[in-house]
Structure formats: C-alpha cells, structure tokens
Design a protein. Structure first.
Length: 720
C-alpha cells in the first residue's frame, strides 16, 4: 500500500503479502467469503480497465462481476470496508484473512489515498465503470485536480462511497491513535455518510447530540472528549486544511456545558486521552471559543446558581486567561443581562462575579490577605458610590462645562484605538460598524479630518494585520466606503470649478484606496475646467504606485475614452512601468487610443520606450509607418534620432516600402548630429545584393544626407 506521495506504510501483521498465501486449514465465515469474492472481482476489474480499451468485452464482463459481487456482499445491508496498514474491517468488525487478494485490493485503493469503501449494493454498471476509470488514472494527475474523493463526488454517483485519507498525516504521527481506533472512526463516518451528520460537516450538531445522549455531567464530559477525539482524527486524516475552521464551529458547544461539566472538561486537558497526534483537543477547542460562547456559558451558570461560586470564577479564568478579555466579556454580559432583566438580584450576581474575577486576578500577584483587603475596599467604594451620588444639577453643570471639541477628539481616539487593538473578528466587526457610521456622519458635516483619521486606521488593519479574518472584516468596511456617497461627494467637489476641498478630503480618498481610480478618471473625462482637471490629476498621482497599477488595469477598459484617459494620466506619472501595455495599444482599434499610446511612448524618452516605438512602427502597414515616422520627426525633433536609428535596424530594405525607408533617411538628415550620421552609415551595411537597385537607391539617399549634414556643419563652423 502506497500513500499519496509514494510513502509505504509499515508492513505489519495481517497485511504483508507474504503472509497472505491461501491456507487450507483456515476457515472463512460466509461474510468473509463474500468479501473475498468481491475483492477478487474488484482486482480483476481494475486490471482489465487499466489494460484493455473501454469497448473490450473483458472490461464489461469484469465490471458486471464486481456489481454482482457487491450485491452479494450487501445482502444483509450496507457494508463498510476499512483497510489501514494494520487492520482490515468489514462492517466495523476485524477480519483475519490470509488471502493475498486483500493486500492487492489495498494496493489499488491506497495508490489514490483511499482508506475506506462503503458498499450499499445498488451501484450501477456505469458507476462502477466510472470508478475504475478514475483508479486507472495516474495518482499524481488525480491529486492535481482535487483528489479522487472530489472527482468522484462531482460524478454524482451515490454508491459506492469512498473516503480519501491523508496518509502523510497518519504516517508522520499527526493523527494519533492506533490503526484499530482510526479504522473505527472511518467506519463510523462512512456508516452515517448520506444519512447523518459527520464531525467534518457540522461539528456543533455532532457534539450536541453526544451531550444529549449522556445522563450526567461526568458522562457528558466523557462523551464530549470521545466525540472530539474521533472528530479531530477524522479531520486530520481527510481535511487537515479545514481543522481551524471546524474547531471554531465546534467550540460553540461551550454554550451547553454546565459549570461542573465545563470544569470537568478543562480538567481533561492534562490527561493522555486529550492528545491526538500533536494536538491537545481540549486546548484546541477552548482557544477558539468566542466571547459570545463564553458569555452564554456564564449567563446559564449564574441563572442556575444563587451566585457565582469559587469554581465558576476559576473555570472562567482558565477558559479566558487574558485579564483584559475577561473584563470585556463580563462588562458586555452584564449590560445585556441588565437590559433583558433589570432586577436587582441579577445585577448583584454580575457585580459579585466581577469582584471575584478581579480578586482572582489579583491573587496571582499578591498575597491572599492583601487580595482580600483590595476586594473589601472595592466593595465599600461601590457602596459609597451608590449612597452618595452627586445631585442632578451638579452633574448637569459638569456635563455642560465640557467642550464639544474635546469630547469629539476623545471619541475619535477611542474609535481609532479600538480599530487597532481589537483582534477578535466578531467584536471588530461591531466596532467597524460604529466607525462606518461615524465616518459617514463626519463626511455629511464636512469634517474630513475625522473621516480621514478613522478611514486611515481601518486601512492600516486591512493591509497590515497578520490575521486573515481581521483583514477580511476591515477590507469589507473599506469596500462599503468605496460605494458610499461620501466618496462621490469628494470626487465631485474636487472635479468642480469651485475652490478645492480641504486637505483631509483628499487624504480620505487615499485611505479608502486605489479602487476609486476608475471613478476619478471618469470624472476627469467629464470636466473641462483646467484647475479642476489638475486637482484630479494630482489626486491620481498621490496614489503613487497603486494608482498607476489601477490605471494600467483601465488600459483594457471596453470604453475607448477611458483607455485614452488612462494612457494620458499614466504618461504624467511616468509610463516606464507600463511600456508593454502601451505597446499593445499601438494596435488598438480606436485611432485616438493608438495616437495617445504613441505619444506617451514618445514622451517617455527612455531606451526601452525607443525600442518599443521602433518595434511597433516596424510591425504596422506601410501607410501607418509613413504617418508614424512623420509624427516622430514632427513631435520629437532631435529626440527622434534614437527611434529612427532603431528603425534602420528593424526595417528590411528588401521588403520595406521605398518611400517609408527614404522618409527615415530624411528624418535622420533633418535631425542631424553624430548619432544620426552613425545611423545613416548603417544604411550602407544593411544593403543586399539580392535587391541591387533598392540598395543603390537607399545608399545614394544616405550619401546625399551625410553630405548635406557635413555641409551644414561646415557652414556653421564658418559662421562661427
């Protein structure tokens, strides 16, 4: 048996081919006999499909034998075959067999990473043929297209059911458990496939069902650990890439644990049963437990009891080791409880839990006596606050004495800090909802400084956070701002003939991101006011490299006007990074786009731009060449020489239109200079004996041009 990357599992008792020679003294049960017949038929069909063409009679006959053997093997109901390096299960029961057929069946399946096969007895001939055709393909080819389980699922055949195993995880010890335990997990999964819910599909539902079937807290903990162990093994064997997300979903089970059950579950962390390969399943679950789950657990524990017990405080501290996070959870839970049930008893329970939680935190750093004094002082302070509240008129006077600007600044700083410091995706989404509303309010009132500061904070998280989920949440907020009226308002103001907006408005656009570039370009096309256009061009330039990249993408726009505008704006910022795209536009169907691309390349004034221009001119028709050469000479003046010099090398004297080539020579003469003279001398070297008349004509023109340039040079010296 070979794993997905060619690894060969260790040969152990019961699965070595040398130990599987038929022994007349071994008695097989009727179930074993039917499975052996199926294994032989399966082996023969795999060989036939891999050796003969599809229409060969041997292929059809062998597949019919497999279908018949599968129906016989499932007379009493569906059967799951689990084959691992150290165990062979039929319907969950280990079977001892010395037939080499079993090892051959295992080799066929394990080439593609199949660790188990579920037979329902109803598979059609086309279904079996499709499966054997998949097995006949090279394993590497199947894996590069998603693996055999995905390929089989896409064919929509309900029978048989296969389970693909990641043997690399198993062989490297990352799964955990012996092969017998793993086989039991696989067998259970395939038994419920299609009729139930597996841990991989809905871990929360599976764990909840396990808790519901237990009689007391102790058995609930045992059932939870057992189901978690099986589920983690299944995920690591079959879908290790989904482990993190599945465990996040599974962590919601904490909402249904009592105080005693949660304490018992946390205690399992130190036991060997909690270790699956390299993973501690208890730690993996509680580390991914959300604040909402922790709050629900606390609420249910407080409802059941008369008040927070010492064990609940310790469980909560173990469940949420971070002190700051514990305080946030308690504050949020207390506010929710007060809003839903404002009875004094409920408020007192939450206040007591907060006091005990703070005391527990303090006991980690100070003596018990000092911690008790701190708790007593806090209690007296809270009692005094309730008894000696300031009169309403004094509170009102104090509130009115606060400056609105100070309050707004504190509000902004708080929101900025929350955006930067919050790392839990669910809580960050709530914070960003408040930030989005605050940004839109600031934009409506013209407070662009506040809008820019908050947007800049969100942009920093979206581009710099190490957490993928956090980046996704922040990016969604930026996308919402892109579509908001605030951006449209700023772009409209910048592109109007009135005075420019405040600097904060432009910075706001830069923080939102370069996705706004197409809208800015469209506004630039609409306006005719020169100062407004200049302001819009300045905003595009401020986006720097990201803005140029967005403009480059607009070069493929379906609108010719947008392509032309993108070329113009790219040229203003230096088109050296996008010469390849500009070269492609030299063949654009729109004449104005071609002209703008040509002008941008000409203005680039770089060696590579000259090369691109010359190559582009050499590729077009003679009529287009003549027009482009005239434009180069007219627009570039002395700067036309580098392009014309390269054209001399690119153009084939024997095939080029004579007038075009003569116009190149004329352009070099007109430009003058040593570089032009060197290009004219190159004309003599590129002549061909196959076209003597053309060669003579071009050389004569080049000679006259050189003489004319020499005469001009001599006259200039004489004048001097």
């Amino acid at each position: 048996m070979v794993g997905p990357n060619g690894e060969r599992p260790p040969a152990v008792h019961g699965m070595q081919r040398t130990d599987m020679v038929a022994d007349a003294s071994v008695t097989t049960t009727p179930v074993e006999a039917r499975i052996l017949r199926f294994a032989r038929a399966f082996r023969n069909a795999a060989r036939a499909v891999g050796f003969y063409p599809p229409a060969h009679p041997a292929v059809g006959a062998s597949i019919e034998h497999v279908a018949a053997a599968a129906r016989a093997a499932t007379e009493a109901g569906p059967v799951v075959l689990t084959i691992l390096p150290d165990v062979f299960l039929v319907g969950g029961a280990p079977v001892e067999s010395r037939e080499s057929t079993i090892a051959e069946l295992a080799d066929i399946l394990h080439r593609h990473g199949i660790g188990a096969l579920s037979l329902k007895g109803g598979a059609s001939i086309p279904a079996w043929r499709a499966l054997f055709e998949l097995l006949a393909l090279p394993p590497d080819d199947v894996r590069t297209t998603g693996g055999i389980q995905r390929r089989w699922f896409m064919l929509r055949h309900p029978d048989p059911v296969i389970l693909e195993i990641d043997f690399r995880e198993m062989l490297r010890g990352r799964v955990g458990g012996d092969f017998g335990e793993l086989a039991g997990v696989i067998n259970h999964y395939l038994e419920i496939a299609g009729v139930g819910t597996s841990f991989a599909d809905d871990p929360y539902a599976v764990l909840l069902a396990a808790l519901d079937g237990a009689a007391d807290d102790e058995s609930r903990v045992a059932a939870l650990v057992a189901e978690l162990r099986s589920g983690v093994q299944l995920i690591r064997m079959t879908q290790s890439g989904r482990f993190d997300q599945v465990m996040r979903d599974a962590s919601r089970i904490g909402e249904h644990l009592s105080e005693a059950a949660m304490a018992g579950f946390l205690a399992q962390r130190a036991k060997t049963e909690a270790i699956v390969g390299t993973v501690n399943i208890v730690t993996a679950l509680i580390d991914r437990m959300s604040d909402a789950t922790a709050r629900t657990f606390l609420e249910r524990a407080l409802i059941v009891g008369d008040g927070p017990s010492t064990r609940l405080v310790e469980v909560f501290a173990t469940l949420v080791p971070n002190v700051t996070r514990r305080r946030v959870i308690l504050a949020t839970a207390r506010e929710g409880a007060a809003a839903g049930a404002p009875q004094t008893e409920s408020r007192d329970k939450w206040a007591d839990l907060e006091r005990q939680s703070e005391a527990f935190s303090a006991r980690q750093f100070v003596s018990d006596e000092y911690a008790q004094e701190l708790q007593a002082a806090q209690t007296r302070s809270e009692d005094a606050d309730r008894m000696t509240q300031d009169p309403p008129e004094r509170i009102a006077a104090w509130v009115h004495s606060l400056d609105d600007g100070v309050v707004d600044e504190l509000d902004l700083r708080l929101l900025e800090d929350l955006v930067r410091l919050e790392h839990e995706p669910d809580r960050l989404e709530d914070v960003l909802g408040m930030v989005l509303r605050r940004v839109l309010e600031a934009a409506d009132s013209g407070d662009w400084n506040a809008a820019e500061r908050l947007t800049h904070a969100v942009s920093g998280v979206a581009h710099q956070s190490a957490d993928t989920q956090v980046r996704t949440v922040a990016t969604r907020t930026l996308r919402a701002l892109e579509d908001s009226a605030a951006c449209e308002q700023v772009i409209a103001v910048i592109g109007s003939a009135s005075a420019p907006p405040a600097a904060g408005a432009v910075q706001f656009l830069l923080s939102v991101g370069p996705a706004l570039i197409p809208r800015i370009v469209r506004r630039w096309l609409e306006v005719r006011d020169a100062p407004a256009r200049t302001r819009l061009e300045s905003v595009v330039a401020d986006f720097d490299r990201a803005g140029r990249e967005a403009l480059r993408k607009m070069l493929s726009s379906s609108e010719a006007a947008e392509r032309t505008a993108a070329i113009t704006l790219l040229g203003q910022g230096g088109a050296s990074d996008h010469l390849g795209a500009l070269e492609a536009l030299l063949s654009d169907p729109d004449r104005l786009v071609r002209a703008e691309a040509f002008g941008a390349l000409l203005r680039a004034s770089s060696e590579r731009a000259h090369e691109v221009l010359a190559r582009g001119i050499a590729r077009v028709t003679s009529e287009q060449q003549a027009a482009l050469i005239a434009e180069v000479v007219l627009m570039a003046g002395d700067g036309a020489v580098p392009v014309l010099r390269r054209l001399v090398a690119y153009l084939d004297q024997s095939a080029v239109d004579a007038q075009v080539y003569l116009s190149v020579i004329s352009g070099l003469k007109r430009a003058g200079g040593e570089e032009a003279a060197a290009a004219l001398r190159l004309v003599f070297k590129r002549g061909s004996w196959r076209t003597p008349l053309r060669t003579l004509k071009f050389r004569s023109a080049a000679r006259r041009a050189l003489r004319g340039m020499a005469a001009v040079s001599s006259g200039a010296k004489g004048d001097t």
